[in-house]
Design a protein around this ligand. Structure first.
Ligand SMILES: Cc1cc2nc3c(=O)[nH]c(=O)nc-3n(C[C@H](O)[C@H](O)[C@H](O)COP(=O)(O)OP(=O)(O)OC[C@H]3O[C@@H](n4cnc5c(N)ncnc54)[C@H](O)[C@@H]3O)c2cc1C
Length: 241
């Protein structure tokens, strides 16, 4: 998995504070900006978040390049509707090789790992045969599995990112999208430490939202996500036919 921060709002916390302060100020927007010190930005953002006034966070926008992930992951990712996506097409791109993600559980299973690879090899061979026989890529792709490697560009604002982290950093989320959420949080937290302070699964800033399905690891989650640097996760394997 490769996650790159492609772009972001210049000085994201400053624009959030400037926009939010305008709601309560008779001044011009420019004058509000000139009066903002790093301390007032921090205090104002803390107050906004504690009051649940999240709309000003929408002015800070972050874009990510995501590669080496499975279609199983991106199918979950694009359920987050308040974001913009551009994904490598299986209609327009004719793949020469099938690259696919191997889940760590299968990789570690000596009995299944080889069979998994053989199945991928068979699918890749039939996909190539279809293309050679003149079948359009949009139909040949029906053979491509959920494991298939894909690339996607995603842009989200800070409010949506906080929501995404609550759902997808949670231990109840699927492992691959959880790795992605952690990597995205790593990218944005240094740029907007107050906006993303205490972000992570819901239990980091409040009660667990999973009820009887809770992982019961609230203390460990708080230690992990309240620290300044998240531990670097172990990568799943990417294989190539
Ligand atoms: C652990 C886990 C398991 C899951 N399992 C399943 C599953 O089995 N099957 C399945 O289908 N999905 C599943 N999902 C996906 C889930 O149902 C959501 O589609 C996904 O998490 C996106 O969340 P969202 O709708 O809150 O967020 P977003 O689309 O990111 O939207 C953010 C927020 O905006 C508001 N919003 C957005 N659009 C609307 C709208 N049209 N109307 C009103 N308010 C809106 C809501 O407040 C929403 O929470 C799972 C998700 C998780 C985290």
């Amino acid at each position: 998995m490769r996650v790159t921060l492609l772009h972001h709002t210049h000085d994201p916390e400053r624009i959030v504070a400037q926009a939010a302060k305008l709601c309560y100020s008779p001044s011009t927007i420019e004058a509000i900006g000139e009066r903002l010190s790093p301390e007032t930005v921090r205090d104002f953002i803390e107050r906004l978040i504690s009051l649940g006034h999240f709309s000003a966070l929408e002015h800070a926008v972050f874009g990510f390049g995501i590669e080496g992930v499975s279609r199983a992951l991106t199918h979950q990712l694009v359920r987050h509707r308040l974001a913009s996506y551009s994904q490598q097409s299986q209609r327009y791109v004719r793949f020469q090789h099938l690259e696919y993600v191997v889940p760590p559980s299968i990789q570690a299973h000596s009995g299944l790992a080889a069979e998994y690879q053989q199945t991928m090899d068979k699918l890749a061979a039939l996909y190539q045969t279809c293309l050679e026989q003149g079948i359009a890529a949009e139909d040949a792709r029906y053979l491509l599995p959920n494991a298939c490697e894909t690339k996607i560009v995603v842009t989200m604002n800070a409010r949506e990112l906080r929501h995404f982290f609550q759902l997808r950093c949670c231990q109840r989320a699927q492992w691959e999208i959880r790795l992605l959420a952690d990597a995205m949080l790593q990218c944005v937290r240094p740029l907007a430490p107050n906006v993303f302070a205490g972000t992570g699964p819901a239990c980091v800033s409040g009660a667990c939202s999973e009820g009887s399905m809770s992982c019961g690891r609230q203390r460990a989650m708080r230690e992990k996500y309240r620290g300044r640097a998240l531990p670097i996760p172990e990568e799943p394997a990417i294989a190539k036919h």
